[in-house]
Ligand binder design. Structure first.
Ligand SMILES: NC(=O)c1ccc[n+]([C@@H]2O[C@H](COP(=O)([O-])OP(=O)(O)OC[C@H]3O[C@@H](n4cnc5c(N)ncnc54)[C@H](OP(=O)(O)O)[C@@H]3O)[C@@H](O)[C@H]2O)c1
Length: 282
């Protein structure tokens, strides 16, 4: 069972997991995760062995201005799901975010670094993680922290989708060059989650494409793949922009636990972004 089935990441998860399992995708119209009785009724009627929880309020600025809704969906909604999974021994995978980090570290964040969110979205997702850990233990569960998503083709509402649309119009684009993260292709994420599930893993894992980049680096790579003049991408400092929610200076991730297993590595971001653009988006 997959929640948030109309969302950006869900497309890759539904495609991949339905190759060798019966998968039921549910979205808000099927199951509002903030309503405990509805969550219980829907999950017990589907009777999944595994549940991948993607549903969330993901608009960082909206969360900042609507904290009650952010906590209700991202924290309490996740708790509602975890409680039913715990009661019926359903294996839970919760997809969390690099936004749980504060941004001051010079190196990418590993699973051993302390989370210290600086905006409501990050805090609401971190509370979701805490509910999963507290509710599921001692049963097995996986919490995956992913970086900046790209993927989903027509559902690509994030940075990559926006830059492609702008580059198609003949405009110069200003892009910040002092905010860092780890791009994460939703198909690679789904593959990484499948690896963890099929190898009986449990606990917290970082799963992002390899690399540590600024938004500007990503935009330049997109221009290169599209064959557009890279000078149309103009680097600017984030101090020139006003965000409703504060952004961490860095939310770059290293997949330390995954890499230490020595069996599966996430691809470098440039390779995955190139493949996505060429095969799916352009
Ligand atoms: N986007 C990123 O860059 C990123 C990075 C790292 C981690 N993540 C995490 O990965 C997961 C998937 O992200 P995404 O970008 O694919 O999400 P998305 O495109 O925003 O989709 C989220 C889905 O959740 C649904 N939803 C919202 N409130 C709900 C509720 N109360 N009950 C049931 N469903 C509800 C939304 O439905 P409506 O549209 O109808 O509201 C939407 O279909 C999220 O948990 C997110 O926190 C995202």
């Amino acid at each position: 069972m997959i929640t948030g089935s109309q969302g950006m990441a869900a497309k890759a998860f539904l495609n991949l997991f339905s190759q060798n399992a019966d998968v039921t995708g549910v979205d808000k119209s099927d199951m509002d995760i903030t309503l405990p009785a509805e969550v219980s009724n829907v999950i017990t009627s589907v009777k999944p062995s595994h549940l991948i929880h993607l549903a969330a309020q993901t608009d960082v600025d909206y969360c900042q201005e609507n904290p009650d809704e952010a906590y209700s969906v991202n924290s309490q909604g996740t708790r509602n799901i975890a409680e039913v999974c715990s009661r019926y021994k359903i294996f839970l995978v919760y997809v969390s975010t690099s936004s749980v980090f504060g941004g001051d570290k010079a190196e990418p964040y590993s699973e051993n670094d302390e989370a210290n969110p600086i905006n409501t979205y990050g805090l609401s997702k971190l509370k979701g993680e805490e509910f999963v850990e507290r509710t599921m233990r001692p049963q097995k569960y996986i919490i995956v922290r992913a970086g900046w998503f790209f993927g989903g083709e027509e559902r690509d509402k994030n940075f990559v989708g926006k830059i492609v649309r702008k580059l198609r119009k003949n405009q110069a684009i200003e892009v910040v060059d002092d905010i860092y993260g780890s791009p994460t292709y939703t198909l690679d994420l789904a593959n990484g989650v499948r690896f963890l599930m099929t190898n009986d893993m449990t606990g917290l894992f970082h799963l992002a494409n390899e690399g540590f980049v600024s938004r500007y680096d990503i935009a330049v790579k997109i221009a290169e793949v599209m064959g557009v003049d890279q000078n149309r991408i103009v680097p600017v400092s984030s101090s020139r922009l006003v965000f409703r929610a504060p952004r961490p200076r860095s939310e770059a991730l290293v997949n330390e636990r995954l890499n230490s297993l020595g069996k599966f590595r996430m691809t470098n971001w440039k390779e995955s972004l190139g493949q996505y653009l060429i095969n799916k988006l352009l």
